[in-house]
Design a protein around this ligand. Sequence first.
Ligand SMILES: C[S@@+](CC[C@H](N)C(=O)[O-])C[C@H]1O[C@@H](n2cnc3c(N)ncnc32)[C@H](O)[C@@H]1O
Length: 450
Amino acid sequence: MLLCRDIHFNRITQPEYDAKCFLSACGFSNIFLELKFSWIIKLMFAFSCRSAFELWGHGRTHSELRTSLLKYPSENMTPFMQRDSTYRINVYTFNKTLEFADRIKRIDAMEYLPFEGTVSLKSPQHIFCLLEDYGTDPNNIPEHPSYVYFGRWIADGQRELIRSHSVKNRHFIGNTSMDAGLSFIMANHAKVKENDLVFDPFVGTGSLLVACSHFGAYVCGTDIDYNTIHGKGKACRSSRKNQKWRGPDENIRANLRQYGTQRSYLDVMVSDASKPVWRDTVLFDAIITDPPYGIRESTRRTGSHKDITKPPDDFCGESHVPVSMAYHLSDIFTDLLNFSAHHLVKGGRLVYWLPVYRPEYCEEMIPLHPSLRMISNCEQTLSSHTSRRLITMEKIKEPEESDALAHLSDPRFSPYQGHNAFREKYFSGLNKNHQSNCCSNYNKQPKMNE
Ligand SMILES: C[S@@+](CC[C@H](N)C(=O)[O-])C[C@H]1O[C@@H](n2cnc3c(N)ncnc32)[C@H](O)[C@@H]1O
């Protein structure tokens, strides 16, 4: 069997596959995997899968493909090539577009196969596919394919679901609504299943709740932004044409209603993630979130009496509790890991995005917690110098008092201050000073807890 995966999600597919069936890498290329039927069945629920085919032949050239196809057992072919059957041959090319005439030529060249049925373009009983792989580099497309395959189409993956849940047609969206495909992949990384309880502490417009509710999980979330939680305020530019203010049906509950999963909706509330409101017990099967990076939304937290610095002795004004203050990225991630360590069930997963300045990236930057085991860390490139990493962690034990000293043995247990300058680095582009400031300097960063 041949599985064709979506190159768009290339770097984040393997953990999704692992979460589905503990599959270790095996395959022809970045795009095509040869798998057992039972694995294909499981993987068809992975969102990075395009289609599955019964593989009849393959080779580096069309002539090798022909040799391979002629060796394929005829008893496996003939049931699909009977005189009274209808069929169609599709040509799929990856990283190259073929002219219509060239596609026809490719199909005509397959005449050595014993097709006896009638061609039906509209509703064929059997669909066969010729797949040509031109690699993955759009700036270096070879003249000839690097590999070719021929097979019988079995099924498409979950792409239709990605289309039907596209944020373009969603009731309620915002500037940072998470793309449907990535939301589903995050839910798969977290192994979300029916009746799970899932929480998003930076819920925004609830795209991640939409994906988790599709798998039958009960969902809830918090966000510091009153307007977002209550569906009030200015409409996002792309949400509805010519509409300045959000309408009455623009809220997270309405989003779930749109997809028929309203029964999974628990609630969302206005709350600051730096001051969690939950009682101190394990609650959630998964915590899935996209924290603010300070690019399109601010990273703020509420002020408190504790945050007031002692005024000088000669100060005669009133003491002031700030309404809000900066919430540094390093603190956001430390709080998120701590919260997850305390509130996830054992075996529960935390899945979140971590923005990084690529020239400085090294694995040591990824925040750790003694109660959480790293499952995967995959990159999605945002620009030449920035990317975000999809981090998946699993809770392995309840937090202990001694964990507070864990940073003494590994600095990654204390906040990595380098994340805090992400906004400046994002807007400054590639900077030679930053390039030399990478991993080797990690241990020299001042530590918050020191
Ligand atoms: C990247 S957006 C999340 C987008 C969301 N995944 C969606 O699909 O719409 C980050 C969210 O974090 C919220 N936020 C910022 N600071 C916060 C805080 N201290 N506590 C809770 N939420 C906060 C912002 O209001 C914003 O909605």
